[in-house]
Design a protein around this ligand. Structure first.
Ligand code: GNR
Ligand code: NI
Length: 184
């Protein structure tokens, strides 16, 4: 079996790399008629995220402009998977927190991002049940990072134009070098 066939059969999906118009677009809400699609996408999004590896993945990153996110912080191989449909931040703390962020759509790029320290997020789980999470620390940053993706926002959009341009140029350069390696 070819490599491409293997990743397809396991259900993994290619991750879009910035700049890409889908990553800059506000995703549409999931509606009841999307249930078959969402049931198919959730396990494939987890497979893609664990393989990457990453701690979160938003549907626009796999070319589906839908308000759907998966998260698993995976502390010492204890899996705590969350599937979030139509997640909304309903409260944010005044207090801010800074943390180093990365993104599977900006591979190899990292920056310290300041965000509200705590958030309350309302969403539907994979069974369609209404849920709420109150998060701080890494989960809070990850929830905000993923919900940003649904609004067409990347972590670099929280930086100055100068820092954002530096990161985007470095990413383009590294991606060109990778492409050159592949075509050699
Ligand atoms: O794997 C990821 N790590 C991460 C670290 C700090 C804050 C957010 C994240 S999410 C990121 C995976 C990703 O790109 N999700 O969209
Ligand atoms: Ni990301």
């Amino acid at each position: 079996m070819s490599n491409t066939t293997l990743s397809t059969s396991i259900g993994m999906l290619p991750i879009l790399i910035a700049p890409n118009q889908i990553l800059k677009t506000r995703a549409r809400p999931v509606k009841p008629t999307d249930s078959d699609l969402v049931r198919d996408l959730i396990p494939r999004m987890f497979a893609t995220m664990y393989d990457a590896p990453g701690i979160g993945l938003a549907a626009p990153q796999i070319s589906h402009s839908l308000r759907l996110v998966v998260i698993d912080l995976m502390p010492k191989d204890k899996k705590q998977p969350y599937s979030l449909i139509n997640p909304e931040i309903v409260a944010s703390s005044e207090e801010l927190a800074a943390r180093e962020e990365g993104c599977l759509s900006l591979p190899g790029q990292y920056a310290e991002i300041t965000r509200p320290a705590r958030v309350k997020v309302r969403y539907l789980d994979e069974t369609g049940a209404k849920r709420e999470i109150e998060a701080d620390g890494l989960l809070s940053a990850c929830l905000q990072h993923e919900i940003d993706h649904l609004d067409g926002v990347l972590f670099v959009d929280h930086l100055s134009t100068l820092k954002r341009n530096m990161i985007m140029r470095r990413l383009a350069k590294e991606q060109r070098a990778k492409q050159d390696e592949r075509s050699r």
